[in-house]
Design a protein around this ligand. Sequence first.
Ligand code: UD1
Ligand code: CA
Length: 459
Amino acid sequence: MAKRYAVILAAGQGTRMKSKLYKVLHPVAGRPMVQHVTSQLNAVNPDEMVTIVGHGADKVAEYIGDESRLVLQEEQLGTGHAVMQAKELLEDKEGTTIVVCGDTPLITSETYQTLFEHHEQESAKATILTAKAPNPAGYGRVIRNEQNQVERIIEQKDATDTERAINEINTGTYCFDNKALFEALQHVSNDNAQGEYYLPDVIEILQNRGEKVSAFQTPDFEETLGVNDRSALARAEKVMKRRINEKHMQNGVTLIDPDNTYIGLDVIIEPDVLIYPGSIITGETTIKSDAEIGPHTEIDNCFVGQSTVIRHSVAKDSHIGDRVQVGPYAHIRPEASIGSEAKIGNFVEVKKSSLGEKSKVSHLSYIGDADIGDNVNIGCGTITVNYDGNNKYLTTIEDDSFIGCNSNLIAPVTVGEGSYVAAGSTITDDVPGDSLSIARARQTNKEGYASRIKNQKKD
Ligand code: UD1
Ligand code: CA
């Protein structure tokens, strides 16, 4: 098989995004656009991948530097000029070069593969991936001759009204005979409305020389969406979301409302998980079977065990065991580990703490820097007082303990196994196992005092 090379164009400023962030780094489904392109291209195993970078090159390198060689285009003089920057690396090589724009994040590896195959079967010097667009505005239009062969591409800004009426567009993706590409690029001029060196002009140059130029029209315009502004970014997000959600539904996950469910690309969800609307599940999250998530729940980088239920809550960088109940309105912050059959109730915040099996924090508590054993009951309003303004300290609560409502546990402190802390206590010293600790002022009742006060007021 002929060698395959890939060139990704990712140096343009992205002026129409009106953003500090470099265009190809704008995320779609949480991943920079250009990374979608490299990962789909990698699936067709090119022998070499070169990405043309410009503004924000260092940042782009952080995301794709391992996958692709990078070449700097110092001044952005157009897509043709961009490809020229790969000349030194590729010019002498025999084979097929696919050129892809870094702002078309939805094209799949299947489409790249089909384009390669079409190009190779036709023995063409250039094959352009085209699509029929319901609204072609903004794209280059494909001009065909009487034999229906592609003659040239005309950019929107250079097109006449008749040309603009054509709805077959250039998707910005092409396969070229590598040597023919670099040879023809030398003849591209910048004599056009934008004063840029247009890559699509290579098509006309080759055609005029009688070389074989082919087109492959994909039936899926949606896939070829070029993201130039925020409206297109939102459309891309929608398409990607639908694809991801469709995959999970095919795998046996119930999404009550897929239009309102946002799942990241790396999330793993087992069959028979039920997800309610408004759930945003991202990062390296795994959700085991029969769990119920949402409505209105954010989960990022978490493990969620089997049959666990998380409602109206936020969880990040944490491990939540099997058959756990979370929420409504709980906040599980990084490095929490919640044991199986535990309960985290409403208005409870847990941070960098472990909670053993069957332990319960049912209402209105802060659990921070705590190590809590199995079968512990933490009463409503309990606070682990973990921070003195300089340092954080650990609270340890051993198995089978019972912490009464509205207690303050001033860390570092340990409550021993099976002990009780009376409601309203402020615990400053360790509590031995099997004891009851009461740390609050004794109550005094002054009988008859109320009417004395009332009578004083009348005077
Ligand atoms: C381009 C095509 C157009 C096609 C459309 C598909 C040209 C002249 N036009 O238009 O026919 O319909 O894509 O989406 O090619 N870039 C560089 N260096 C540059 C200029 C651009 O690396 O000097 C990169 C950009 O980062 C971007 C890609 O090339 O990823 C395309 O550039 P863009 O300005 O978005 O081209 P379009 O106007 O969309
Ligand atoms: Ca574009």
